[in-house]
Design a protein around this ligand. Structure first.
Ligand code: DGL
Length: 269
């Protein structure tokens, strides 16, 4: 990249706080990287919106963020936004873009029973992108897709210090087991960046016979690869940017979690 500023940030974008699972992995690889984490809290949840609405929000917000912060790379740390808008955003932004797609390929390699559960948002699980991944990598397997918006809410609350209600995980396992072939699920794709924040709760509910797979570590490796060799200086504590008016009480409840990810400054978009 020409004239790359050494303090140019890596921009991570999600509808909410799920992309922090990607940031956690990125920190392990690039502890010195300047990062801006942007959450479209005013637009959360994306999973319940139409394709047109998600595409318009994501393209518009990333355009504004890129203009304001001039990142060296942007990562759409959200399966819903990526499966809907990745191609479009790549066409309009002059910044390398890394997306997040459901980890169907590794899951297909891991399953012994041939039955994979895919947990995502309602918008993600109906995407053609997912049909294509299934056709390419999971032919001959059974992929059981399920929308779990309650997990998005629970993950957001957990980061604000609220313990998730165990009943939601029990209900979810019962629902997954009730699908045809569901008793044989041995691999679960966490196809929403919020869900690894609940991996312990999900593992406890599904039991030791079910392994979980998600893309956070792979996305972090991809980002690290793309910025390899670039000058990089982290001059300040990293920045959390959110859309919409922030409820001061909610913001205060979230501050310790953000701080644990190195996000110690906040701004509104
Ligand atoms: N974190 C987003 C994802 O990976 C979804 C949450 C939402 O519904 O906005 O799909």
């Amino acid at each position: 990249m020409k004239n790359l500023r050494e303090n140019a940030p890596i921009l991570l974008f999600d509808s909410g706080l799920g992309g922090l699972t990607v940031l956690a992995e990125l920190r392990k690889l690039l502890p010195q990287a300047p990062v801006i984490y942007a959450a479209d809290l005013a637009g959360l949840p994306y999973g319940e919106k139409s394709e047109a609405e998600v595409a318009a929000r994501v393209a518009g917000l990333l355009g504004r963020l890129a203009e304001r912060y001039r990142p060296r790379l942007a990562c759409i740390a959200c399966n819903t936004a990526s499966t809907i808008a990745l191609g479009m955003v790549r066409d309009v932004l002059h910044v390398p873009i890394v997306g997040t797609v459901p980890a169907i390929k590794p899951a297909a390699a891991m399953t012994q029973t041939g039955v994979i559960g895919l947990l995502g948002t309602a918008a993600t699980i109906r995407q053609k992108y997912v049909d294509e991944l299934e056709a390419e990598f999971a032919l001959g397997k059974r992929l059981i897709r399920h929308a779990a918006p309650e997990l998005v809410r629970a993950a957001e609350e957990k980061l604000r210090g609220v313990t998730p209600d165990p009943a939601i995980f029990i209900a979810l396992t019962e629902r997954m087991r009730a699908y045809e072939g569901g008793e044989q699920i041995d691999t679960l794709v966490l196809a929403c960046t919020h869900f690894p924040l609940l991996e312990a709760e999900l593992a406890a509910a599904f039991g030791p016979g079910v392994q979980m797979v998600h893309g956070a570590a792979g996305i972090a490796r991809r980002i690290a690869h793309l910025v390899e060799g670039q000058p990089m200086v982290r001059e300040h504590e990293d920045l959390f940017v959110a859309t919409g008016p922030q409820d001061p009480q909610m913001a205060a409840a979230l501050a310790p979690a953000l701080s644990s990810f190195g996000l110690k400054r906040t701004e509104s978009l």
